[in-house]
Unconditional design. Structure first.
Length: 360
């Protein structure tokens, strides 16, 4: 009997591999397995128990046996998470949600901090190629620019590593699977809200080397045009990752001072790339005598703690709690199970606060 159930477990392992490649999650019923392999129900149950102990399947009472996507070798069930930061802004929450979802499904995670620097991303990917993880969840570095690291991602994928991008992706990497914000629609929500408040002179602050921001700029411009509002280039302020690093590390707001003086001088409202930019922009506006929100309505993305810390709270966009990180992990797990997995853009919700209360 012991030889027979181990033999059956080996056959079921082969079935699991075939099912994963075919995108089938559920194994045949116990009755079907008995019939197919001409064994007793006791033998089938012993074989399924062996597979469950190896974490290859999970049995659900009254439903059946389901493939987990895990490897029988625990050291292989690791997911690498490449992310810009793990301490500031939205990142601690996103990482916590990713880890929780992976852990609940039997996967461990290792976090690698890129600092949004392509050379650090390069070294991380190079190291991962020595012992490829089952999966990678990656926030691309300077994703609006051509990436010098695409070949390393391709090599990882060729070695059997599944990759899901978070917040952005590399358009030049064919077939990229991603979970990101619906950025263009987010900008449309903010512009339309400001227009409904009576604003016709609306400026924007966007980041040049981030795909998220380029999409937000695109949505901003398209909506301004659709509403027949002035879309002069002079009303758009630009910054890059170096400016953001100086802001985060040294509180250097000089680039925002210039944007406020030049791009926003003829505006009554502004759409900011994110809450951090909005928070420090309001400080600069206050220094030069703006009354907020009377003289400038400020809007942004992300609805973080910073949206409530300024001189007035900022009207900003948010997702459902725990949505982004959980969805990225779920998408990767579906891919590891061999199930269909599609790229997704997460919708935004408008949070009305003090910064857009006044009608101008």
């Amino acid at each position: 009997m012991s030889i027979k159930y181990k033999w059956l477990a080996g056959k079921l392992k082969e079935m699991i591999e075939k099912y994963r490649k075919a995108g089938i999650e559920k194994l045949p019923t116990e009755h079907e397995l008995c019939s197919r392999y001409h064994v007793s129900r006791q033998t089938v149950r012993q074989a399924l128990s062996l597979l469950e102990n190896s974490r290859l399947i999970v049995r659900k009472q009254g439903s059946g046996s389901y493939i987990t996507g895990l490897s029988s070798d625990p050291s292989r069930n690791t997911v690498a998470v490449l992310i810009s930061d793990d301490q500031e802004y939205i990142y601690p929450g996103v990482l916590s949600d990713i880890r929780t979802e992976l852990d609940e499904n039997g996967f461990s995670s290792r976090v690698y901090i890129t600092g949004n620097r392509t050379e650090i991303e390069y070294q991380i990917l190079l190291d991962l190629l020595d012992f490829p993880p089952r999966g990678v969840i990656a926030e691309g570095c300077k994703s609006a620019l051509p990436s010098p690291n695409l070949n390393l991602y391709r090599r990882l994928i060729k070695k059997g590593t599944s990759v899901v991008f978070l917040h952005n992706y590399y358009p030049a990497l064919e077939g990229s699977l991603y979970v990101k914000d619906d950025n263009a629609v987010g900008s449309a929500i903010l512009v339309r809200h400001l227009a409904e408040r009576g604003h016709i002179s609306i400026g924007g602050i966007f980041k040049t080397d981030d795909l998220q921001s380029i999409e937000r700029y695109q949505g901003f411009m398209e909506t301004m045009r659709a509403l027949h509002l002035n879309i002069a280039d002079e009303r758009i302020g630009w910054f890059d990752s170096r400016d953001q690093y100086a802001l985060e590390s040294a509180r250097d707001t000089s680039f925002l001072r210039e944007i406020a003086k030049d791009a926003l001088s003829s505006c009554t409202a502004v759409v900011c790339y994110n809450d951090m930019i909005a928070f420090y922009l309001m400080q600069e506006l206050g220094r030069v005598g703006y009354r907020l929100p009377e003289d400038m309505a400020v809007t942004a993305f992300d609805n973080t703690y910073l949206s409530n810390y300024g001189p007035v709270s900022v009207t900003t966009l948010s997702h459902k709690p725990h949505e982004m990180g959980t969805l990225a992990a779920k998408t990767l797990i579906r891919r590891l199970k061999g199930l269909p997995a599609d790229s997704q853009e997460v919708p935004w919700k408008l949070n009305l606060k003090e910064s857009t209360k006044h009608f101008i």
